[in-house]
Design a protein. Structure first.
Length: 177
């Protein structure tokens, strides 16, 4: 008996989607798959769709337990991914990141490492917002849109440079005390 081969098409913290293209439309295969996976205590829900050859698994967040169960029971195996999606980065995304890193390096070089590209974007957007206010353009969303995007770029760049996890903004001091 050969073990069916699936392709992982989506995986997040508690969600896993696998396709079995060779089994498209095979009601019996997907019903058996659902029944076998129901025995795994790490899986909270299994949804199958024979029409799209898809298996959706909702689990408790420990994917290694699910993988061990599937392997030990020989329910299915995962095909190795090839091509651009195998690395998890699309070629356009990788090229764009590389270009921005290059421009960021140029900005840092020109400013003797006192500015980065996100900081230049932040300053430009805040400047654009101040320009809109100075022109009396308080009704149009331009000034606060500039502030919003500028602040988000600044905060994300700070997160990357410090390595700290982003969290909710602090509430500040309690002035009632």
């Amino acid at each position: 008996m050969t073990i069916p081969e699936g392709i992982c098409v989506h995986s997040t913290g508690e969600r896993l989607r696998i396709r079995f293209p060779e089994q498209r439309g095979n009601q019996a295969f997907f019903a058996a798959l659902r029944d076998k996976l129901a025995d795994c205590h790490s899986i909270s829900q299994v949804t199958v769709n024979p029409g799209t050859a898809s298996l959706l698994v909702l689990h408790n967040g420990d994917l290694s337990e699910v993988a061990e169960f599937v392997a030990s029971e020989k329910i299915f195996c995962l095909a190795p991914q090839v091509g651009p999606k195998a690395s998890g980065v699309r070629p356009v995304t990788a090229a764009t990141r590389q270009w921005f890193r290059h421009v960021d390096g140029q900005v840092q070089s020109l400013s003797n490492n006192s500015l980065s590209l996100p900081e230049v974007a932040f300053l430009t957007l805040i400047g654009g917002g101040l320009w809109q206010i100075a022109r009396g353009n308080l009704v149009a969303p331009a000034w606060y849109t500039c502030f919003w995007y500028g602040l988000n770029i600044f905060l994300k760049s700070q997160h990357r440079s410090t390595g700290a996890e982003p969290g909710p903004p602090s509430e500040g001091p309690d002035l009632a005390e």
